[in-house]
Ligand binder design. Structure first.
Ligand code: SF4
Ligand code: SF4
Length: 434
């Protein structure tokens, strides 16, 4: 329940604390409850709350602040982020795969052509650093291609930091060398539940018992590389009740790597999306009520923190690839996209390989339509910084004009705020419970 509306802040209360949240700056804090909110703020120290952007001058326009801060982040050119789908091929055929209905018959470009795109986009951006996330399909599916690609990029002396999103089944001595030689320092692997759950969802024609393979491979990565590993779980109706069983198993198996202040195992929760044209599996298993979905998600984040684990995200953030000026997806055929789940769909395509070599202005103008998309209803919305017009892909797949999250935030913001007040940021930018 909203207890008090103060200096553009939303305040909640329980017996011990006041939780103060500024939706425009996304600043939050919990302070000891010593009586009224005013007394409690005074007791805690008003200047600290102003300095951290939690309290803001009551005369300032919160929406202008939210827009300013969003723009600052949108146009921050420190890093260019490229997510590169090395191939659409994969050794698995997961039940909810986003790519199950698309991508037939494309021609993959060569590693030399691919690196030329990285180089061109990097030069065009004037960014200082290049982050490349190796994506797929399965990025380790075609070792020779990946090896040549990374070698080619090395020869260009681009200032690159690598990460990878993999199904975790193809880790062997060769991939371990690749990870070490090219400093792939961050790897995301999906595990969807204990073996009896996971092995029904993340399956392949030849790949059986993928859970066991992945667990063995995580151990190889922990022992033979220095990379951090994000263990991602896509929650839906069919696996939500076994999630904590999975976490407890992973905590006992990898205890040495789960609990220090710089844990190498970080937990992430994802929510299922429908692939293009939807699928029988996602139609049946997605938790359709978004409020219920977020409550489940929040409950498990809270449990992870209680178990002493490190988590990746806490508060929703109104920025994503589609809205960030220096972030792109590159398909195996060299096409450039502006949404991770919209990969391969013309609605999210900015252009073809050649469009960045001639005058790139038409491509940039198209990009502006994603970054600066405006909805009249968002202009005075207090959730703008958290939501920023919602997810374009969700609106597209649900054939809606907008993916508005107002009702959702009205229902679950209190839990998000309390969660964000009960964590500290780690050195690596993740979150642990206080
Ligand atoms: S539009 Fe939606 S799916 Fe696409 S990158 Fe943004 S948040 Fe992700
Ligand atoms: S989409 Fe809805 S909740 Fe999101 S910023 Fe716009 S009006 Fe607010």
């Amino acid at each position: 329940m909203i207890e008090y509306d103060l200096h553009n802040c939303i305040t909640y209360r329980d017996e011990q604390y006041y939780y103060i949240f500024n939706p425009y700056t996304i600043g939050s804090i919990r302070i000891p409850n010593v009586g009224s909110v005013t007394e409690s703020i005074k007791n805690f120290g008003v200047p600290t709350l102003y300095e951290n952007g939690i309290l803001i001058d009551g005369n300032l326009n919160g929406n202008s602040i939210a827009k300013f801060l969003l723009n600052k982040a949108k146009y921050d050119k420190k890093r260019l982020y490229l997510t590169d789908a090395i191939t659409y091929k994969c050794n698995l055929n997961c039940v909810y795969c986003m790519q199950q209905n698309t991508f037939k018959g494309i021609n993959r470009i060569t590693p030399v052509e691919k690196v030329a795109i990285w180089e061109r986009l990097f030069k065009m951006s004037n960014c200082e650093l290049l982050n490349v996330c190796l994506f797929g399909g399965e990025p380790f599916y075609d070792y020779n291609y990946l090896f040549t690609l990374l070698n080619q990029a090395k020869s260009k002396n681009l200032n690159i930091q690598y990460s990878a999103v993999t199904n975790g089944t193809l880790i062997n001595d060769d991939t371990i060398s690749l990870i070490n030689n090219y400093s792939i320092n961050h790897i995301q692997i999906t595990i969807d539940g204990p073996a009896y759950v996971h092995d029904k969802r993340r399956i392949g024609n030849k790949a059986k018992n993928t859970f066991e393979q992945i667990i063995n491979n995580i151990l190889k990565l922990l022992e033979n590389t220095e990379c951090e590993i994000v263990l991602n779980t896509v929650l839906d109706r069919n696996n939500k009740d076994t999630y904590i069983e999975l976490v407890k198993f992973l905590n006992s198996k990898f205890s040495k790597f789960c609990f220090s202040s710089q844990a190498r195992i970080i937990f992430n929760l994802g929510m299922e999306c429908h692939p293009y044209n939807k699928s029988d599996y996602t139609n049946e298993s997605i938790i359709k009520d978004l409020i219920e979905y977020h409550k489940i998600y929040l409950k498990y984040l809270q449990e992870l923190l209680s178990l002493g684990n490190t988590i990746r995200f806490v508060m929703p953030n109104g920025l994503c690839i589609a809205k960030h000026r220096y972030e792109y997806l590159i398909a195996p055929d060299g096409c450039i996209y502006k949404c991770i789940t919209g990969l391969g769909l013309k609605e999210f395509r900015l252009g073809y390989l050649n469009d960045i070599y001639k005058d790139a202005l038409p491509l940039l103008l198209k990009e502006s339509q994603f970054i600066e998309k405006e909805y009249a209803q968002c202009n005075n919305c207090k959730y703008q910084a958290l939501c920023n017009g919602g997810c374009y892909y969700s609106a597209f797949i649900n054939q809606a004009s907008i993916d508005c999250r107002k009702q959702l935030f009205d229902a679950v913001l209190e839990e998000y705020v309390k969660l964000s007040c009960s964590v500290v940021k780690t050195k690596n930018g993740y979150y642990k419970g206080v």
